[in-house]
Write a protein that binds this ligand. Sequence first.
Ligand code: IPM
Ligand code: MN
Length: 355
Amino acid sequence: MSKTYHIAVIPGDGTGPEVVAEGMKVLHAVSQRFGFELDFQMFDFGGERFLKTEEILPDSALKELREFDAMYLGAIGHPDVKPGILEKGILLKLRFELDQYINLRPVKLYPGIDCPLKNKTPDHIDFVVVRENTEGLYVGSGGFFKKGTPDEIAVQESVNTRKGVERCIRYAFEYCKKRNRANKLTLCGKTNVLTFAFNLWERTFYEVAKEYPDINADYAHVDAITMWFVKNPEWFDVIVTDNMFGDIITDLGAMIQGGMGIAAGGNINPEGVSMFEPIGGSAPKYTGKNTINPLASICAGSMMLEHLGEDAAAKTVETAVMEVTGKHIKGLAAGTMGLSTTEVGDLTAKISTEI
Ligand code: IPM
Ligand code: MN
């Protein structure tokens, strides 16, 4: 009997359901070819459900989600719901409660994609950001004092635990070793100003580095990193950083790889259930138009296959995506592809079964 993976699917809001449908199409095609089954179970969390029922993410759902082999997410964010409610109540809650402590974000320029950087080709842009995903400024520690008065004070603290920092750094070293490309791991921090948080990061980084003599342990300040992403992206192989810096630099990373239409990520709990998603938002204005680019979602699907141990299937999907970007679509942004959302999905699925 062939192996069956149980996948929880949260299509979410806006264009989320459209891109997820194309991702599932490609995953289904490739599963048949490589002889495994994918059992998708749909969950309707998102803005629509919240507006109807006031329910964001019940605890019973969290319990249920823990039983899956992986999770596949579309997008969270609805124009009629105040910003922050769904992001915190669904996306961040899932990351935190399921202890998905790594946010893995590859930045890779695929063939045929118009790179905004002059003279940079796929040879220059191929690195991965390992973002800490459950601590830092995202824990929500802090508060107001004298709110609404002229003396108001707002404090928001970055929480960094030795355990949280170390497990992230260890993951990054292991990932860099397994990737075996340039064998260079760069810690992205701000040791010159954030002298507590990044002192802990720096000490931990160089301590763990001793166990990896074959990996070049490198350091750069976050502000300099943004400069070098633009000027010398070829310097990077794997980057490890905290939650907030990782959030910021991966949006820049997405732009140098062509845009949100192609950028995917994984929220990983190496000991539990992990969740894969396109890193862009729900793009509500394109909802239902069949113009949004599903490739980021398809790439998230490829990352999910790799995580499940289906490396050959994952590679096939990535190669098919590269063929689509290299030969079949004109642009990545919604409405610029020269093909519709469903056509891109159909084509990627077809190529995935033929190459
Ligand atoms: C991301 C997003 C989220 C984050 C938001 C939607 C809470 O920007 O996945 O990068 O800040 O992590
Ligand atoms: Mn972000």
